[in-house]
Write a protein that binds this ligand. Structure first.
Ligand SMILES: N[C@@H](CCC(=O)N[C@@H](CS)C(=O)NCC(=O)O)C(=O)O
Length: 217
């Protein structure tokens, strides 16, 4: 197989790829750690692979793909033994895809816009408009959740991609279980899963340290 993944462990999108690799039991992966502050993602070599200069980027032979949602759907389509995590049924898949677009457009955007001024510009207070975006993301998930899982009646890719982001957001604005009981129950359920503990928690703890060292007021 021989996959190569350009990554950074604190990054929520990278951690969603780690969780899918863990569930697929794919171990033959060369991991390349990127130093974003050192601008590793602006080298000619990396821009040739991914002109959008984001991580994660996956290389599989001579095939290159970036964006965690595109990477994880590719991995599942290419390597999963069944379609449990990304069902082929068009309606089931459409609901999962909607959650993936929601993660990309709403949850991850709120995380990124909140953290960039903190990490790169040293801002010590969260901008109120970004806090509002995070809370609005929590409100939406609370309204999506009609059962234990985010899309359909079993764990699937929607849970994996969204929990990678939500677990980081929770380090910045902790989920209030009184305001968001369904979100809190879903997050607790995801947090107990072996793949989450193995593949999300190590990078999440590094992200926690990063938030602490930012000394937010
Ligand atoms: N939608 C993308 C977002 C990727 C993204 O923005 N990653 C951040 C790190 S968490 C990054 O690469 N930032 C550097 C840049 O955009 O130049 C995904 O899901 O992979």
């Amino acid at each position: 197989m021989g996959l190569k993944l350009y990554k950074k462990d604190t990054s929520a999108p990278c951690r969603s790829v780690y969780m899918v690799l863990e569930l697929l039991k794919i171990q033959d992966v060369e991991y390349v750690t990127m130093n974003l502050k050192g601008r590793d993602h602006f080298t000619d070599q990396y821009l040739n692979l991914n002109p959008q200069h984001t991580i994660p980027t996956l290389v599989d032979g001579n095939f290159v793909i970036w964006d965690s949602h595109a990477i994880t759907t590719y991995l599942l389509n290419q390597y999963a033994v069944d379609d449990a995590l990304y069902p082929k049924d068009p309606k089931k898949r459409a609901i999962i895809d909607q959650r993936l677009h929601f993660n990309n457009a709403i949850l991850f955007t709120a995380l990124r816009e909140t953290m960039v001024p903190v990490i790169y510009d040293g801002e010590k207070t969260l901008r109120p408009e970004n806090v509002a975006k995070i809370k609005s993301g929590y409100d939406f998930i609370e309204s999506f959740l009609t059962g234990p899982w985010l899309a359909g009646d079993s764990l699937n890719l929607a849970d994996i991609c969204c929990v990678a982001t939500i677990s980081s957001l929770n380090e910045v604005i902790p989920i209030d279980k009184n305001l968001y009981p369904k979100l809190n129950a879903w997050f607790e359920l995801c947090s107990k899963q072996e793949f989450y503990i193995k593949a999300n928690v190590p990078g999440l703890l590094l992200f926690r340290e990063m938030v602490k060292s930012a000394e937010l007021e």
